[in-house]
Ligand binder design. Structure first.
Ligand code: SME
Length: 161
């Protein structure tokens, strides 16, 4: 197992340290599933108050469940459907303070109250999305969105087949 000494004082520092750890973990590994699995584990371990963290992959213009941490989840999500499908279709990060107020939200885990979904794009191609769920309302903020976008910028090339 890999142990990273991440004890950040601020959120910005936490994301900087996470980016370093993710970079180190995935730099030499060409296998996309292995890299997504370690990214999900890293995020799950170090970001506070999550009840789900993981990936949906773009398989033939449909989102299919990828490596994750948390409860078993819905397997296939159409582009445009729910928070993940909206992120996939628009290629824009979705920061949702209250999932119950999001039209078409797909409730995989009843504990989820807020959600952050970041599209992962490489060479103009949508590879998939990172999906984070929290049991706390309005848990994620713009710093989380920017931090996770930076993490996905590192990961994108390393999970593109
Ligand atoms: N809530 C998501 C579905 C995926 S689960 O949260 C793991 C959505 O609305 O797209």
């Amino acid at each position: 197992m890999y142990d990273f000494d991440i004890a950040a004082g601020s959120k910005a520092e936490l994301y900087r340290e996470l980016a370093g750890a993710l970079d180190a973990l995935t730099a030499e590994e060409p296998d996309a599933i292995a890299n997504m699995a370690n990214a999900a584990a890293l995020i799950w371990q170090y970001l506070p108050d999550l009840n789900w963290a993981g990936f949906y992959r773009n398989v033939g213009d449909e989102l299919v469940l990828g490596p994750f941490q948390g409860k078993a989840a819905c397997i296939r999500i159409a582009f445009g459907s729910g928070v993940c499908g909206t992120a996939a279709q628009t290629r824009a990060t979705q920061l949702v303070d209250d999932v119950h107020a999001f039209p078409g939200h797909i409730a995989c885990d009843a504990a989820s109250a807020s959600e952050l979904v970041v599209p992962i794009v490489h060479d103009g191609r949508l590879i998939g999305v990172l999906d984070l769920d929290s049991p706390k309302v309005a848990h994620f903020d713009a710093e989380d969105a920017a931090g996770c976008e930076a993490l996905m910028a590192i990961l994108a090339a390393r999970i593109a087949d």
